[in-house]
Design a protein around this ligand. Structure first.
Ligand SMILES: *Cc1c(COP(=O)(O)O)cnc(C)c1O
Length: 360
C-alpha cells in the first residue's frame, strides 16, 4: 500500500488513524454485527454515534447552549440558499462581503431570494486580500451580514472577526472550521461543508443561534428550514449517516491532539514552513497580502509559468499530489488542512527547493 501526500482543496486528506479505525470497524461496529452504513438512523447504535459527534463538536468549538448544531446535507452550496430563506425574516436586504469565488457564489444564490448589498469587495486587487472592517459600508437594517471567512480558492483568510453590532453575522467557514478556536457567540450562524476540514462529502454543519430559527420564508423546503431541522434533532429525514460517523471520529482525533488551541499551533507552524520559504525565494511567490494569508489553503505561483506542467509532473513522482491551482485562478495551491501531517509540508518545501535548484 502506498499513501501519497494529498494537497487537494476538498474532498481532502483525512487523519490516517481515523481511516484505520473506520476500516477496523467496517464490518462490525462495536459488536453490533453491522457496518455503520447499514444502520437505521433511528436505532440506538446510530443515535449514540450522532449524539457523541454533536457533543464532541460542541466541546471542541465551545458552542454556547443557545445555539443549535445541525448536521445536514446539500453542501455549503445549499446553505447559500438556506441562509437567505431562513434569515431574511421579512427584512428588505442582506449585506454580503465579496472576497472571491465562494463569496460570489453565495451572493449570486442569495439574490434569488432577496436584495443583496455588497458592502465591501476585494475585486479591485484580484481578491488578494480581506477588506478591513473600516471599508465595510454596513446597513444597520440588514437582515444579516454574510462573509466567507476563508476563501478556499484565493487563499485569503480573515484573521479577525468582523463586528456587525446587532445585525447577525453569518460565516461560510467551510475550509477553515476547526483549524483554530473561534468565539461562536460573535456569530448568528456558521456553516461549513465537511469535505474540507471535517470528514467526507455529503455532510454540512450549521451552527445557528436560537433566535434566528423559526422565521423561514414560506417557500422554504422543509428540510432547509432550520426550525424543522432543530425540532427533529436534525433528523427530519435520513442524515448522511456514514459521513456523520467519520466526522465523529475526526472530532475524537482532534480532542486527542489537544483541541483547537493545540491544532492552531500546529497549523501555524505548518503554514509558516511554506510561507517562509515562499518569501525567501524569487522563483516562487504568494499572490496574497501577507496579513490575510490562509493557514489552510496556500496558493503560490512559479515566476516562470512555463514550468508549471513540469512542476506538477515531478511533484507527482515525489508523491505530492493535487497541487494544481483552481481552474479559475491557475498557478498552484497546497491545501494543508488539520489532517495534513507536518511531514507532508516538509516534503513539499524540500521538493520545491530541489525543483528551483534544477530550474532556477
Ligand atoms: C468548497 C466550498 C464551498 C462549496 O461546498 P459544497 O459542499 O461543494 O457545496 C462553499 N464555500 C467554501 C468556502 C468552500 O470552500
Amino acid at each position: 500500500m502506498t499513501r501519497i501526500f494529498n494537497f487537494a482543496a476538498g474532498p481532502a486528506v483525512l487523519p490516517e488513524p481515523v481511516l484505520q479505525q473506520a476500516a477496523a470497524e467496517m464490518l462490525d461496529w462495536h459488536g453490533s454485527g453491522m457496518s455503520v452504513m447499514e444502520m437505521s438512523h433511528r436505532g440506538k447504535e446510530f443515535v449514540s454515534i450522532a449524539e457523541q459527534a454533536e457533543a464532541d463538536l460542541r466541546e471542541l468549538m465551545a458552542i454556547p447552549a443557545n445555539y443549535k448544531v445541525l448536521f445536514v446535507q446539500g453542501g455549503a452550496t445549499l446553505q447559500f440558499a438556506a441562509v437567505p430563506m431562513n434569515l431574511l425574516r421579512g427584512k428588505a436586504s442582506a449585506d454580503y462581503v465579496n472576497t472571491g469565488e465562494w463569496a460570489k457564489k453565495a451572493i449570486k444564490e442569495a439574490k434569488r431570494y432577496g436584495k443583496v448589498n455588497i458592502v465591501a469587495s476585494a475585486e479591485d486587487r484580484n481578491f488578494s486580500y480581506a477588506p478591513v472592517q473600516s471599508a465595510w459600508k454596513l446597513d444597520a437594517d440588514a437582515a444579516y451580514v454574510h462573509y466567507t471567512s476563508n476563501e478556499t480558492i484565493g487563499g485569503v483568510e480573515f484573521h479577525w472577526v468582523p463586528d456587525t453590532g446587532s445585525v447577525p453575522l453569518v460565516a461560510d467557514m467551510s475550509s477553515h472550521i476547526l483549524s483554530r478556536p473561534v468565539d461562536v457567540s460573535k456569530f448568528g450562524l456558521i456553516y461549513a461543508g465537511a469535505q474540507k476540514n471535517i470528514g467526507p462529502a455529503g455532510l454540512t454543519i450549521v451552527i445557528v443561534r436560537d433566535d434566528l430559527i423559526g422565521q423561514a420564508s414560506p417557500i422554504t423546503p422543509s428540510v432547509l428550514d432550520y426550525r424543522v431541522q432543530a425540532d427533529n434533532g436534525w433528523m427530519p429525514n435520513t442524515p448522511a449517516t456514514y459521513a456523520v460517523y467519520i466526522a465523529g471520529l475526526v472530532f475524537q482525533w482532534l480532542k486527542q491532539q489537544g483541541g483547537l488551541k493545540k491544532i492552531e499551533e500546529i497549523n501555524r507552524a505548518k503554514a509558516a514552513l511554506l510561507y517562509d520559504f515562499l518569501d525567501e525565494t524569487e522563483f516562487y511567490y504568494s499572490p496574497v497580502e501577507k496579513s490575510d494569508r490562509s493557514l489552510m489553503n496556500v496558493p503560490f505561483r512559479l515566476r516562470n509559468e512555463e514550468l508549471n506542467d513540469e512542476f506538477l509532473k515531478l511533484a507527482k513522482q515525489n508523491k505530492l499530489l493535487e497541487l494544481k491551482g483552481h481552474r479559475s485562478v491557475g498557478g498552484m495551491r497546497a491545501s494543508i488542512y488539520n489532517a495534513m501531517p507536518v511531514e507532508g509540508v516538509k516534503a513539499l518545501v524540500a521538493f520545491m527547493r530541489e525543483f528551483q535548484t534544477k530550474h532556477g
